[in-house]
Ligand binder design. Structure first.
Ligand code: GSH
Length: 256
């Protein structure tokens, strides 16, 4: 497929986002809303509600792992990393993994708006990787040791609490070092993790930082630049539209 960025007059197939409530696909929905505001790029949103914390089984019909986000584009077949067999004769592109979806949107739909300045390219890619390979797993580990005792059967809950409470403290000990490291990366010249302007690193980091904020893992007073970044994210029209359209976004109990 011809990247939309190279020729704005080329009609681009409308992508469909298979979204899940209270999930990281909110950052893809935010990116799609940015494209809608920037160039009127249409998209189709299919919202799925978590059921007992999990994605509904129907998502497995779109992609075998049944997790969200999934971006589906009908009429093109230009990205087949999983060699997924497509039984029907129709052309269909299915992109999964949040960071890959963002890259796909940047390459095919963004017309360059998220392209960092040449001297910010390393920064942008670093913070994307940090978001998905360092901060998000850290938030997940901390969430697991908090949610397991809360969701345990009533009779063993005190025992589970006794086991898991020390683990929660150990997990949280690592957070300040990481938040301080992020704080140091922001400045008046580079107020975004992608550099002087919003980019893929910022979309990537919104998910673990929304987790941190909702679960009160960080005190905004201790990290004013990081808190300012998160506030700027939340005040963007596109982010607000995404929140309004995406259903619940409960990163404490995940709709349970
Ligand atoms: N590595 C994948 C992870 C996708 C993922 O695990 N998504 C979660 C939501 S945050 C999900 O669909 N969970 C539902 C379930 O496990 O049933 C990505 O980056 O997109």
């Amino acid at each position: 497929m011809e990247p939309a960025s190279s020729n704005p007059s080329t009609p681009t197939p409308v992508p469909t986002l298979h979204h899940l409530s209270s999930a990281q696909s909110l950052r893809i929905l935010w990116a799609l809303e940015e494209l809608s505001i920037a160039h009127g790029q249409p998209y189709t949103l299919k919202t799925n509600k978590r059921e007992k914390g999990r994605a509904p089984a129907e998502l497995k019909k779109i992609f075998p792992l049944g997790r969200s986000p999934i971006l589906e584009i009908e009429g093109v077949d230009d990205f087949r990393p999983q060699n997924m067999p497509i039984n029907d004769n129709e052309k269909r592109t299915v992109v999964t993994e949040g960071r890959l979806i963002l890259q796909y949107l940047a390459d095919h739909y963004s017309r360059g708006i998220w392209q960092p300045a040449p001297d910010d390219q390393d920064r942008d890619i670093y913070w994307q990787e940090f978001a998905n390979c360092t901060l998000a797993p850290m938030m997940d580990r901390t969430m697991m040791v908090e949610i397991i005792p809360r969701q345990s059967p009533f009779l063993i809950r005190p025992l589970m609490g006794a086991i898991f409470y020390p683990l929660q403290r150990i997990m949280r000990k690592d957070h300040p070092l990481h938040f301080a490291f992020m704080e140091a990366a922001l400045s008046d010249e580079k107020p975004w993790f992608s550099g002087a302007k919003l980019g893929l690193a910022d979309f990537c980091l919104s998910w673990p930082m929304d987790n941190a904020e909702q679960r009160e893992y960080f005190d905004p007073k201790d990290y004013p630049k990081l808190a300012g970044w998160l506030k700027r994210v939340h005040e963007r029209e596109a982010y607000r539209q995404a929140r309004a359209k995406g259903g619940s976004y409960d990163l404490v109990n995940f709709d349970m």
